[in-house]
Design a binder for this molecule. Structure first.
Ligand code: NAI
Ligand code: MG
Length: 499
């Protein structure tokens, strides 16, 4: 195999080619149907494991376990401090085994080791952040204007059973992001990982048991989206769905949530504008704009895929970004020098190379990339070159649809032109970037971009304490920050006559 793990990284025992079971009610179990599916390494095509494939029946068992753990079990009766201890212990375990978890994700979905391992601080930090919030869930006392003596206050109560449906583009972070917050709020969870990358979720589920989580509080059911995911989204005993993935699937989930009017939060796709003014630090901006679009091979919901460059510097700046793109090392993520790994699957490869054709057909000019890489170590995996298109019109498909590959469309703009309108002319609203040395301009555009996050002179930074989420068709609800806990809490008002 090309790209043997670097000596300091232990090849994860979990990727031993064996059968991985579902976690239901504190036990590792086969799926009821006995079905399994294969888990592949997208860099090499090798089999990493076989996974039990859950369907509606397994989801139902998992929801019952989560329901019982919430309604009658120990979790809802446990004091915040005791939940905090379990989350803190889990944080310690994740810290101790992070290299292994990171390597598992690299094998499973291709993200380079430098990137998966670079997530340690965030992974552990999120868990410690949520553990802290466990003992800081506050209601209000409220002055009312009713004649007489009435005390009013609010209680924050966990919503109940949460169905968490996560994607494959940053697997262990996606798990922690949803499960950590839901558990801190006192909810129980049924998690459905993405079929492309289920391993770290199954391993983290086992680690939560080791941390002392009672049976049934977290259940992990791997399986297909249209089967297991759809069953979870439609289940009458699920109180809330927390979803990250495509906008189309988000809409599907919202429709199936109508049956019992369960709460839903959606973190969906994007087509984020990244705006570079002529007065920016161009070296920093070129590096930043390249990684905003190409990082994780473009498989990032908030990727800066529409690059707006002020006309006087357009050619020079696109040259700089192209130079960065051409210098990026694309390869097996286990090699520490790799900067971009493969795409996650043959389906993503087809989608991304399909967009190369779409863009050419629409008349966009290919500046660099635009091909699948098949030479040498690339021959067995789903690799594509980082790609830049110029001469892109705002209304082309390449300019408006989420590609989810390392592809950026570059546009020029003139000072004073209706830049804000163009930047916001998208159905999405997840992220955006502004590069300038002018502080007024920075603030003006940070406010004008209709998106949940705007980065100024940086891009795609994430922190446990900072909220993240969408405007428009990028979804609603916030993850991260103290705001996230509210997504898993109900507010109850209590009225008390005191005379
Ligand atoms: P997807 O939205 O279909 O999958 C995400 C998760 O939803 C997976 O766990 C999947 O099993 C589940 N799922 C799929 N269909 C479902 C259904 N009917 N009911 C309930 N759950 C369901 O995304 P997919 O197919 O993996 O990727 C397609 C495109 O979606 C990508 O090319 C990209 O544009 C976008 N995407 C965006 C992500 C983001 O972070 N915003 C993450 C993954 C994909
Ligand atoms: Mg899908």
């Amino acid at each position: 195999m090309s790209g043997e793990p670097t000596p300091s990284v232990t090849y994860p025992a979990y990727a031993d080619g064996g059968l991985k079971r579902l976690l239901i009610d504190g036990h590792l179990v086969d799926s009821r149907s006995g079905a399994t599916f294969e888990c592949l390494n997208p860099a090499t095509g090798e089999t990493l494991a076989w996974i039990c494939e859950g369907d509606a029946e397994d989801i139902d068992l998992a929801v019952r376990a989560a329901r019982h753990a919430f309604d009658d079990g120990p979790w809802s009766k446990m004091k915040p401090y005791d939940r905090q201890i379990i989350l803190s212990r889990f944080a310690d375990l994740v810290d101790a085994r992070h290299d292994e978890i990171a390597c598992l994700d690299t094998l499973d979905m291709g993200m380079p080791l430098v990137r998966t391992m670079g997530n340690r601080r965030r992974a552990v930090g999120m868990l410690r952040f949520y553990a802290g919030l466990t003992t800081a869930l506050l209601g209000d006392t409220i002055d009312n204007s009713i004649p007489g003596e009435y005390l009013t206050y609010s209680l924050k109560e966990p919503v109940g059973v949460v169905g968490a449906i996560i994607p494959w583009n940053n697997p262990h972070i996606a798990f922690i992001w949803k499960v950590g917050a839901a558990l801190a709020a006192g909810c129980t969870v049924v998690l459905k990982p993405a079929e492309e990358a289920s391993l770290s979720a199954l391993l983290l589920g086992e680690m939560l048991l080791e941390a002392g989580l009672p049976a049934g509080v977290l259940n992990v059911v791997a399986g297909r989206g249209e089967v297991a995911g759809a069953a979870l989204a439609a289940h009458a005993d699920v109180d809330k769905i927390a979803f990250t993935g495509s906008t189309a699937t988000g809409q599907e989930i919202l429709r199936s949530s109508a049956g019992n009017l369960k709460r839903v939060t959606l973190e969906l796709g994007g087509k984020s504008p990244n705006i570079v003014f002529a007065d920016a630090d161009l070296e920093r901006a070129a590096e930043g704009a390249a990684m905003a679009a190409f990082g994780n091979s473009g498989q990032v919901c908030s990727a800066g895929t529409r690059l707006f460059v002020e006309r006087p510097i357009f050619d020079e700046f696109v040259d700089r970004v192209a130079k960065v793109a051409e210098g990026l090392k694309v390869g097996n993520g286990l090699d520490r020098s790799t900067q971009l790994g493969p795409l996650v699957s043959s389906a993503q490869l087809e989608r991304v190379t399909g967009y190369f054709e779409v863009a050419r057909g629409e008349g966009a000019a290919l500046r660099t990339g635009g091909v699948r890489l098949t030479d040498g170590e690339h021959s067995k995996g789903y690799f594509v070159a980082p790609t830049i298109f110029t001469e892109v019109e705002d209304e082309m498909r390449i300019a408006s649809e989420e590609v989810f590959g390392p592809v950026v469309s570059a546009f020029s703009f003139d000072e004073g032109e209706d830049l804000v309108r163009r930047a916001n002319a998208t159905t999405f609203g997840l992220g955006g970037g502004v590069w300038t040395r002018d502080v007024s301009k920075a603030h003006r555009y940070a406010r004008a971009i209709r998106a949940g996050t705007v980065w100024v002179n940086c891009y795609n930074l994430m922190d446990p304490a900072v909220p993240f989420g969408g405007y428009k068709m990028s979804g609603y609800g916030r993850e991260g920050g103290v705001h996230q806990l509210d997504e898993f809490l109900n507010v109850k008002a209590v009225w008390l006559r005191t005379d």
